[in-house]
Write a protein that binds this ligand. Sequence first.
Ligand code: WTA
Length: 635
Amino acid sequence: MPTTETPGAPPAEERVFRPAPSTVIEANVKPAELVEAYRLAAADHPGYWEQAALELEWHRKWDAVLDDSRPPVYRWFPGARTNIVHNALDRHVHIWTKNKLALIWEGEAGDCRKFTYFELYREVNRLAGALRALGVGRGDRVCLYMPPIPETVVAMLATAKIGAVHVFVFAGYAAKFLRERVNEAGAKVLVTADGFYRGGKLINLKAVVDEGLADARPDVAETVVVVRRTGGDIDMQEPRDLYYHDLLRQESPEAATEIMEAGEPLFWLPTSGTTGKPKSVVHSHGGYMVGAHHTFRTVFDIKPTDIHFCTADPGWITGHTYGVYGPLLTGATVILYEGHPLYPQADRLPAIIERYGATIFYATPTLIRMLMRYGPQYPKNRDISTLRLLGSVGEPLGPDAWMWLYKHIGRSNCPVLDTWWQTETGMAMLSPMPISLLKPGSVGKALPGVAADVVDEDGRPVPPGQSGFLVLGKPWPGMLTGLAGDDAAYAAYWEKIPGVYFAGDLARRDEDGYFWIQGRADDVLNIAGHRIGTAEVEAALCSHRFVADAAVIGLPDKIKGEVAKAFVVPSPQWQEAYADADAFASDLRAHVRRELGPIVIVRAVALRESLPRTHSGKILRRVLREEEEAGGKLF
Ligand code: WTA
């Protein structure tokens, strides 16, 4: 196996790593089967996904695998009936997985809670009953504003079990964002927690809920279910607020599972786009279930003995698909960690791997770069030899972080699965398989049943090695079924280059068909793996009383991949309110944090007299970026 340290080693892109023979021998998908999978998918695309659907239980089978008669609306498994919770939970209580651990949770302070499938099933049933008693039914939206605690998983499953739709708002989003999502969803019930621990601090989540709901629509969030996590001092508003444990006390550990049409919604998940307005991506019970299950079983190569550590918060798509649904659909054991990854010190994640014997570690490049900065002694001082697969998602990993992960976490014998996908795709689309040859920095090939290409503006494939737009040529089961209440925005994905799904990423493909992702091609920032529209940050800045106009671009950052830089045209009175430009800038940064939440990091603020705009008034971010690269303009 080639090593990197040898003098005169080839440039990063030319390094190739082979899987260990034992990985190949034991893989769920062996080399000949992978060849066969590609062959079948190419010869009979729906047929390939039909095979994948047959791995799960259905109350009624489909009339057709795919209805593509009205593009760009694609319906997977029309006529079929199921409920993802039937497959993720109910069926396990009748088979050997009943008493297997489904969930291992570790709190930041070191507290630990474990749930077998049977225990999780009973808890989910109790909450399902309670939600029903609150009047929640099929198709109703339930908003979840929750930290990474076991009840979060319970709330997702209980909502889905009764046919309601979970709308998760990541607990790092601010009050205003929560209010907008609750309003948009028309959610009668909101499930939250009193607080949680992060970085040694108690975060009072309930206070944000109270602020967010203060001027929400009067007909939403009539009930707020509060999990007592910290026991901190919170304001319970009667009769709106109910404690989770009080509600569950009266409920039966049995509850019927609502049988859904395959295309009925399972969840909405807000994400950022180019329009400035967050959009809620909709996923369904049938197609999403097939995509999550199949990719988790094949790409993550899941075995009965695996313990999967997904560092993503359940509130992101990665948490939904590979932290909750994928693992439970395959009967795996998953680790959920509440707190900061470096708390109390940089060996926290290796310590968790050691403590529970994790076999798969799925993280983000930002996290890996953070660990890298602290140095290899942290993983080295822990026994992480149980690991057999590593994964990355959310932003470009790059060859250096790839090598570090491979060497210092994977001891040079765990394949690195750099998985490319999106909230919209619902499931991994481009990724190596455990048996693949690996190239550091590449996301591998399109998975079987996925048609991906790199094209120019007119949709013509570009030659190998050249950059272009990443597009997906054929529908796939995990795909979004729409955007909540916005058919035009959904159609826009397919109109930019007619007939194909425009992912919004720049990529190139090499001679071997391996993809290399270069970043977003649109006005979306990727800060520590979180998608943030420049227009959203600009709108937040413009809501400040001393801001007349604002433009935002991304700046490269060693750890977070990207951070925001703001160009602000102040209103004339700003100098009366602030001692100097620095004081103004730090208030603007705090304002954005308040408006959008701590995930939006504005690193620098430059004050300008005007902003470059096109005739039609569009901000010329390109000009700002060029200026920035040339060393910036003095204010
Ligand atoms: C980026 C996360 C490089 C990409 C699952 C995409 C990646 C956006 C990778 C989706 C990867 C995701 N390498 N870039 N392996 N995975 N991205 O919706 O720009 O939060 O369009 O979904 O993250 O982000 P989202």
